[in-house]
Design a protein around this ligand. Structure first.
Ligand code: UGA
Length: 455
């Protein structure tokens, strides 16, 4: 377009920051990614993506080569480089409770502010409790010279693992919380690449310009809604289990109503990952602090419904294995169980708060000899749960198994041949924790099949 574009930095090169930095270079911006982690920065500069995300590898290499992108552990260099600085550091669940830990936000904003020598805009992207932007503004005021006139804004992101590149390049909306026309203009310029790309593809990206609090809330509200939608259909699964209904048909039928929509109505093992579980907890904790706890009490139920799905798999396993389900759970001693899937969803190597891995651990605790296989998540799973046994392939995991549990809906598992697998197992019993298998095909191949919320 020829209009001048601000130089942008991304502080924190985890999932969010690395993806944004790389994609923004692809959009034509001059980009610097910053992190305190020396290893991560060295890897990125060498063209190595630290996460598994389709398409990101190629974009990293191309943009490093084009000279639009580099990574640094030097905060002074970062401060000098950028006109707009995006804060993309993690906000994990606090060790002492359900709220968000803002240590990394505080550390990155403070050191950036201390090193700035000209006017710049600091934009928060991390998922935070409402009120954080105001606090960041105060931090910046305290740690930077007032004559520089450093400003703050908030712009949440909505990227999904596995689709992160497209979600950054082609977002379904951009939300900005700003206090001044200058900040609004700067942020517009910092998003112009996205608008320009949309124009060339004959699309439009809606822009919502709002205040700090609303911008912060949009993010957690969206994730709370998604979590609620999943728990809603899992609650229906529980009722189906009690009444003999089939939740997959129920979901299809209600999903035809466009007011409901058919997406995110997949009943099964429930939601995991680094976002939805921690976000609904942090949101409740913050609402409580604000005196609005009652408004979000339902999110506690959303969490409980979600966690109950894990025991349901245990129940189905015990049932298929002919073991009694006592008050302390089932005794599965002497059984061998293949767990297919460890990541929190397919097409990622992320096992953070993964329901599949949690169930594998529960089965192991119940005394079963558990063998886990996942197409991409093995390395992370081993690190997160070294006490479990891992097999290098699906076939090896199921060999000799008394029960197979499919807990992440990878295409490899969905497309697996039940006849061939049937030859390898000791007993043809399968729990389909994600309702992702063609049950008729498995039953035809002689398997005892149990899905979630299905007769
Ligand atoms: C989620 C949101 O979808 C993103 O919009 C948001 O930006 C992101 O969190 C974030 O806050 O950073 P993500 O964690 O990548 O993205 O995963 P999702 O695709 O939302 O899936 C979350 C979990 O829900 C997975 O465990 C998945 O298996 C489960 N799920 C999803 C279901 O059980 N049923 C469904 O119908 C859909």
């Amino acid at each position: 377009s020829g209009a001048p574009r601000p130089r942008v930095t991304f502080l924190g090169t985890g999932y969010l920051g690395a993806t944004y930095a790389i994609c923004y270079a692809e959009l034509g911006y001059e980009v610097l990614g910053y992190d305190v982690d020396v290893d991560k920065i060295a890897k990125l500069n060498a063209g190595e993506v630290p996460i598994h995300e389709p398409g990101l590898d190629e974009l990293l290499k191309r943009n490093l080569a084009a000279g639009r992108l580099r990574f640094s552990t030097d905060i002074a260099e970062t401060a000098a480089f950028g006109d707009v600085h995006f804060i993309c550091v993690g906000t994990p669940q606090r060790a002492d409770g359900l709220g968000a830990d803002l240590t990394y936000v505080e550390a990155s904003v403070t050191s950036l502010a201390q090193h700035l020598t000209r006017k710049a805009l600091i934009v928060g992207k991390s998922t935070v409790p409402v009120g954080t932007a105001e606090w960041v503004e105060q931090l910046v005021g305290k740690h930077s010279s007032p004559d520089l006139g450093i400003e703050v804004a908030w712009s949440p992101e909505f990227l999904q693992e596995g689709f992160a590149v497209d979600d950054v390049l082609r977002p379904n909306r951009i939300v900005v919380g700003v206090k001044s026309e200058w900040a609004n203009g700067m942020l517009y310029a910092a998003h112009k690449g996205v608008f320009d790309l949309a124009a060339t593809e004959d699309r439009e990206v809606p822009l919502v310009v709002t205040d700090f609090a609303t911008a912060e809330l949009v993010k957690v509200a969206a994730n709370a809604f998604l979590a609620t939608k999943i728990s809603f259909i899992n609650a229906m699964a529980e009722v189906c289990e009690a009444s003999g209904g089939d939740v997959t048909q129920l979901a299809r039928a209600i999903g035809y109503d466009p007011r409901i929509g058919n997406r995110f109505l997949q009943a099964g093992l429930g939601f995991g990952g680094a976002c939805l579980p921690k976000d609904i907890r942090a949101f409740q904790a913050r609402a409580q602090e604000l005196g609005a706890g009652e408004a979000l009490r339902f999110l506690h139920e959303v969490d409980l419904i979600n966690l109950r799905r894990r025991s349901r798999v245990l129940q189905l396993a015990a049932d298929l294995l002919g073991r009694r389900y006592g008050p302390a759970g089932p005794d599965l001693t002497g059984t061998r169980i293949a767990v297919l899937g460890a990541t929190f969803k397919p097409n990622t190597d992320d096992v953070r708060d993964a329901p599949a891995l949690a169930v594998a651990a529960l089965l192991g605790k119940a005394g079963a000899d558990v063998r886990v296989y996942d197409p991409q998540g093995m390395e992370n799973a081993r690190r997160a749960m070294p006490e479990l046994s891992y097999e290098p392939s699906m076939n090896e995991a199921v060999t000799g198994a008394d029960l197979v549990c499919v807990l992440t809906e990878w295409a490899d598992f969905r497309n697996a041949d039940p006849v061939a697998l049937g030859e390898l197992v000791a007993e043809r019993r399968v729990v389909d924790g994600r309702n992702c298998l063609d049950s008729a095909l498995w039953v035809q191949a002689g398997w005892q099949y149990r899905g979630m919320g299905r007769p």
